[in-house]
Ligand binder design. Structure first.
Ligand SMILES: [Zn+2]
Length: 335
């Protein structure tokens, strides 16, 4: 009899335990995770200042802005500006949605080819590519603007602002809410690119690679960590990646060159345009002096650490790198 009593007690206790677990599950199943990832104050401040600077900067390739919330609908490609405004759509693809302002399947096919070409080298440099399954099933929208004025129209539509975008060849628009990051789309200014007589196709491809690099970098950035994406860090990286297709050189005046050499790595560069070329030369110096593996390891650290710690991570210091980078720039590009 005693045996049965203790058995019964155990049975009742375990039933109670199960019931309380069930109760806890029923209460919490609609709640957010118990420990919510938070964006640190330093990162939040950094991103807000960054966006202010981007909106007033010249020749922008990138916009990042905070939104109140990213609802589940926002991630769906049916909410895309191109879909909503009935642009020509090329979507026989698992990774991308192409929107064009003209019925031109050749143009869309070339863009698709170039975009797929970027994936392997992107994995090499960035550690990984960002596939739709990693971003709630969202395919990357790529807009091809061939008519006069349509680039400006699409950029304004994606950014939600009437700033003048017409000087640039490409734009990547990104939104974040809390620690979630969503790429709204990439816009290519085919109209401006194809008014060039020489190497237009190379510029088309390298501009697309530049913008795709922004996509991978910002989708990989851990906003729950302290990160310091100075403009040169990501614009230089995008230029360095695009230079695998076509290397552009920026002409600086004598005065600008002197200013350029005074820049510190722990800052956004001055003049603004030097973030592109000076930043690219930083990654180029790192590759030539230490090898590609160092560059890619450095980029991976940048996703979740400030600049100085990312350099320490690959066994280098800010002071040393700054000195060596300036020597590299002087030797190869200024003297
Ligand atoms: Zn850019």
């Amino acid at each position: 009899m005693k045996k049965y009593v203790s058995f019964l007690v155990i049975l009742v206790l375990s039933a109670l335990w199960n019931a309380s677990l069930m109760g806890w599950y029923l209460v919490t199943r609609y709640e957010k995770p118990l420990v919510m990832a938070q964006i640190p104050e330093s990162t939040r401040r950094f991103l807000i200042e960054l966006n202010d600077r981007l909106l007033t900067g010249i020749n922008d390739h990138f916009i990042i802005h905070q939104v109140d919330s990213l609802s589940d609908d926002a991630w769906d490609n049916s909410e895309d500006f191109g879909h909503q405004t009935n642009m020509i759509k090329g979507e026989d693809d698992t990774l991308f949605v192409f929107y064009a302002d003209v019925q031109d399947s050749m143009l869309i096919n070339r863009a698709r080819l170039y975009a797929y070409d970027a994936i392997e080298p992107m994995k090499q440099l960035m550690g990984d590519y960002v596939y739709p399954y990693q971003v709630k099933g969202r395919k990357l929208p790529i807009y091809l603007c061939t008519k006069e004025g349509s680039y400006q129209k699409v950029c304004s539509g994606l950014v939600g602002s009437n700033s003048d975008f017409s000087d640039s060849w490409g734009l990547c628009v990104t939104q974040y809410s809390g620690v979630e990051v969503m790429t709204v789309g990439i816009v290519i200014n085919n109209h401006s690119i194809f008014t060039r007589r020489e190497h237009a196709e190379e510029y088309f491809k390298s501009t697309l690679w530049h913008e795709m690099n922004h996509y991978v970098y910002f989708q990989s950035l851990k906003l729950s960590r302290e990160v310091t994406p100075y403009v040169w860090v990501f614009e230089g990286l995008a230029e360095y990646f695009a230079s695998k297709v076509w290397k552009q050189t920026t002409d600086l005046s004598v005065e600008e060159r002197q200013k350029a050499l005074q820049n510190r790595l722990e800052s956004t560069f001055n003049p603004y345009i030097y973030n592109y070329s000076g930043g690219e030369l930083f990654y180029e110096y790192l590759e030539r002096k230490y090898g590609e593996r160092y560059v890619s390891q450095f980029v991976r650290f940048l996703y979740e650490q400030p600049l100085s710690q990312s350099l320490t991570g690959i066994g280098l210091g800010v002071e040393l790198c700054e000195k060596e980078w300036k020597e590299y720039v002087k030797t190869h590009y200024i003297d």
